[in-house]
Design a protein around this ligand. Structure first.
Ligand SMILES: CC(C)(COP(=O)(O)OP(=O)(O)OC[C@H]1O[C@@H](n2cnc3c(N)ncnc32)[C@H](O)[C@@H]1OP(=O)(O)O)[C@@H](O)C(=O)NCCC(=O)NCCS
Length: 493
């Protein structure tokens, strides 16, 4: 936390200002000239002055004559933008210290008020109602049927035993079933818990996106094969196969498909970049982080978020707006902290651990979304696997077909809104469209924030939407779930 560069930079700043004075331009130069004029021709700083008496260290600049006692010069205060000073590292450290202190106080207050609420058994019961019935893991195992179906459709298409139209029809049927089948099970099977159901639906959503990509890429390969056949009949070896890489249709193997299914990407490729070896220390660190941060998230949810949410129900029932806002702001802190931990846990620890195990080379799972000065920049950088899929399989094809960028962007957010609602509403068995609305609101929000705020203000606006927007959605869902399930007289109102 030390400020090693602070002194250096202020020293540099002073030197810089002096040299600009010597350069003869700007107010600093004018000030030097004024000083020289006041001092007279003999005492200027330009060599015609009486020689300065060197001190005992031989430093001519630190002599003790009355003319060298000048301690003022024309300069701005550090906080003025004209000063050019930009090193606020110490203030950042102060923010961190204040954050830790204020959260430590909140933590203590919470402990004194509620005691220890962390309960690992309760976590298990959130996933399993009956220890002899495991519907969510069973659902995930059944997903293999759809993987095998997609594989055989592609095999037939590659061999030419199925027309493209039939193949498309079968793929669409397969993909629609991937979304409908788990949703039906989650809605009809009473033994599945909301958490188990959300987990299974997320797995099926990922499978849907992966098999969509698998179908698209194999189709592109067939189109490419047909084109190159037409262009040069008999010339088989393409650039890829010349380098020893897998080429279509040799990629159509179970091994290749299952590598893609488990790889930390949603975009299929015939030849993924591979890392040369598994780094054991790196892998162990990521595994340790995975275990540690999941415990931390569960602990923070149970100890900090749940009581705050429970205390928010009364203001909601009474429609006491000032109390609702107070609860919202109170919830914003733990919610945001947990979301940040979740981001690191998922995108850095988990995806890197899986990638390391599978020697998957492309580790760009996130970019610097925290510097986002616009909402668009945030969506382009926070979840790279999803963003890449959206661009490659949805946005660019739509734009290439002549749709405007605005239309294509709205289409992507519509699909994203649908999937967000899908993994929330079905497990909770209520359709309130809060997540859908929140995702759709990103399009006008991006426009408004981009219009009004730029630079640091834009960055602050993005942070604010993240910090306030999420707890709002959480409160809406929890409130509605509570009303739906625990207040029968108002259920469905
Ligand atoms: C909608 C979305 C895809 C728009 O992305 P964007 O980066 O703002 O789009 P841009 O208009 O800047 O263009 C992006 C790409 O399309 C390309 N493109 C633009 N016009 C094109 C055209 N006419 N033909 C082909 N390509 C085109 C650009 O060159 C650019 O390519 P590059 O990324 O290889 O440089 C993005 O905001 C997004 O991913 N949103 C959804 C995110 C989401 O829901 N995430 C869920 C997380 S839980």
């Amino acid at each position: 936390m030390g400020d090693r560069s602070g002194a250096g930079s202020s020293r540099r700043r002073r030197t810089g200002s002096r040299s600009s004075g010597q350069g003869g331009g700007g107010p600093a130069a004018a000030a030097e000239d004024v000083r020289d004029a006041i001092a007279g021709p003999d005492v200027g700083a330009r060599g015609d002055a009486p020689a300065l008496v060197p001190d005992k260290d031989g430093d001519a600049g630190v002599s003790s004559g009355p003319l060298d006692l000048r301690c003022h010069r024309l300069q701005d205060s550090l906080f003025s933008s004209n000063s050019g000073f930009s090193n606020y590292r110490g203030i950042l450290n102060w923010c961190v210290v204040m954050l830790i202190l204020s959260n430590a106080r909140l933590f203590l207050e919470n402990l004194i008020k509620y005691g220890i609420l962390v309960d690992p058994i309760q976590v298990v019961s959130m996933f399993l109602k009956d220890p002899y019935s495991w519907p969510a893991p069973c659902l995930i195992i059944v997903a293999n049927v759809f993987i095998v179906a997609a594989f055989h459709i592609e095999k037939c298409l590659a061999a030419g035993t199925m027309t493209e139209q039939v193949g498309l029809l079968l793929h669409v049927a397969n993909l629609v079933t991937i979304l409908c089948f788990p949703a039906a099970v989650a809605l009809l099977d009473k033994s599945i818990t909301p958490m188990g159901s959300a987990l299974a639906l997320t797995a099926y959503t990922i499978l849907f996106l992966k098999l969509f990509s698998y179908r698209d890429v194999n189709l592109w390969c067939r189109q490419h094969r047909a084109k190159s056949k037409a262009a040069s009949a008999g010339k088989k070896a393409s650039g890829d196969s010349a380098q020893g890489a897998v080429s279509y249709p040799d990629n159509l193997t179970y091994r290749d498909l299952y590598y893609f299914i488990f790889a930390p990407t949603l975009c299929y490729e015939l030849n993924f970049p591979r890392s040369p070896r598994i780094r054991k220390r790196f892998l162990l660190r990521r595994l340790f982080e995975m275990l540690f941060f999941i415990q931390l998230q569960v602990g923070l949810v149970q100890q900090w978020m749940v009581p705050t949410i429970q205390n928010s129900m009364k203001p909601f029932r009474d429609m006491d707006y000032s109390r609702i806002i107070e609860r919202l702001l109170k919830l914003a802190v733990p919610n945001h902290l947990i979301w940040l931990i979740f981001f690191y846990w998922l995108f850095h620890s988990c995806l890197n651990a899986v990638a390391e195990l599978m020697q998957f080379g492309d580790r760009e799972f996130y970019r610097d979304w925290w510097n986002a000065e616009s909402v668009n920049y945030f969506w382009q950088n926070w979840n790279i696997p999803v963003h890449k899929w959206c661009l490659r399989h949805f946005y660019k094809p739509l734009v290439r077909r002549g749709n405007s960028k605005w239309m294509a962007r709205t289409g992507v957010f519509l699909a994203s809104a649908f999937f967000h609602e899908y993994v929330l509403s079905i497990p909770l068995r209520m359709f309130r469209l809060w997540a859908f609305t929140a995702m759709m609101a990103q399009v006008p929000l991006a426009w408004i924030v981009g219009r009004i705020f730029q630079g640091n203000y834009g960055n602050a606006a993005v942070w604010l939407t993240l910090i306030i927007g999420q707890p709002m959605a959480v409160l809406m869902y929890v409130h509605d779930y509570y009303v739906f399930n625990y207040e029968p007289s108002t259920a469905g109102a």
